[in-house]
Design a protein around this ligand. Structure first.
Ligand SMILES: Nc1ncnc2c1ncn2[C@@H]1O[C@H](COP(=O)(O)OP(=O)(O)OP(=O)(O)O)[C@@H](O)[C@H]1O
Length: 337
């Protein structure tokens, strides 16, 4: 895989008269070309600072930032301005010009890049079509819904045909339904244009919906990172577990404990895996029985992903054997009780 963004040993210290804030501490991050990479963390973890260090809107105190072949931290201000044209950015509050129409907002970066006038109109038409706003070009931002405003933001960010899109909490100001439609648009853009997306969020839902890999930040550090599925199935750090629980079914272990006669396990399955026959066959080979206590199906990006909470009733030996066999058939099994 080709690396598109590479941060090495990046630190950022904000220093004022009476305080020193270590916003980023020795960050190493590699984002591959074509992937959607998510950074999640609580408020103050350093996400915005990290994102803004990628296009050098924020200058790292130390470390290097490379985007494509270009060492961003080695560029002059003029060179930076040029390189930034190929790094689009979208924002939580859209940052649109309120006195300009949708078309004018989208045309803005093209004018700065000295696009020929005729080509601008055509490019804006293409972008309006891409983000689903073909009918709204002559409106002003105040006449649009939040989701539509973000679509304008996305069109503007894509105007100069960037290789990277940085997304700073792009869906945080939107309701859940609108959030999903914007996430779908980002996924669509990633697929159609092959554009690499680096996004920051405090919502695990966003990570699960569209990201390939995720990094968890806390106090200026990356505390955990990996493929989204691996992090979901095996969160290591307490903060990661907390984020994962945002999108997991809550289990009332007290109730389970009082009702259960046997051992309770959580089985995760992915894609079209036919878990029920596997479970049935595996249990049938022993003297044990099972009861399904809870089952959910959701999506991880576009792959169906489910969890099944099962009570295994039988001897320790039988239930051990069942768990081992399920695991050997590729299912992820966690023992809850
Ligand atoms: N310009 C600045 N001057 C001084 N301190 C700053 C500045 N920008 C950010 N910080 C501090 O750096 C730390 C990281 O902030 P940052 O905004 O990157 O976090 P975040 O994870 O994006 O949080 P949020 O989601 O609240 O924006 C915080 O303690 C913040 O107060």
């Amino acid at each position: 895989m080709l690396l598109l963004i590479e941060l090495t040993g990046v630190s950022k210290v904000y220093q004022s008269k009476d305080s020193v804030v270590h916003a980023l501490r020795d960050i190493d991050l590699k984002v591959e070309k074509g992937e959607i990479f998510g950074i999640i963390g609580h408020s103050g973890a350093g996400k915005s600072t990290l994102l803004r260090c990628v296009n050098l809107l924020e200058k790292p105190t130390s470390g290097t930032v490379k985007v494509g072949d270009v060492v961003m931290t080695g560029l002059s201000e003029k060179e930076l301005q040029e390189r930034r044209k190929k790094i689009g950015m979208i924002f939580q509050h859209f940052n649109l010009l309120s006195t300009a129409t949708v078309r004018e907002n989208i045309a803005f970066p093209l004018k700065i890049s000295k696009y020929p006038k005729k080509a601008i109109k055509q490019r804006v038409d293409e972008l309006l079509e891409l983000v689903g706003l073909a009918e709204h070009g002559d409106k002003y931002p105040a006449q649009l819904s939040g989701g539509q405003k973000q679509r304008v933001g996305i069109a503007r960010a894509l105007a100069n045909d960037p290789d990277v899109l940085l997304s700073d909490e792009a869906t945080s100001a939107l309701d859940p339904q609108t959030t999903d439609s914007i996430l779908e648009l980002l996924l669509d853009i990633n697929r159609k244009l092959g554009i690499t997306i680096l996004l920051i969020t405090h919502e695990m839902h966003v990570i699960r919906a569209i990201c390939d890999r995720v990094a968890v930040m806390e106090q200026g550090r990356i505390i955990e990172s990996g493929e989204v599925l691996d992090v979901f199935l095996n969160p290591q750090h307490a903060t990661t577990k907390e984020f994962v629980s945002q999108v997991s079914e809550e289990l009332d272990t007290e109730i389970l404990r009082s009702k259960a006669e046997g051992r309770i396990v959580r089985i995760h399955y992915m894609g079209e895996m036919a878990y029920e026959p596997i479970l049935y066959e595996t249990v049938r080979a022993t003297d044990a029985t099972f009861v399904i206590l809870q089952g959910t199906v959701s999506r991880m990006k576009e792959t169906p992903y489910g969890q099944l909470i099962v009570e295994l009733r039988g001897s320790q030996e039988d239930t051990d054997q069942i768990i081992e066999r399920l695991r050997s058939r590729g299912l992820e099994v966690n023992i809850i009780l």
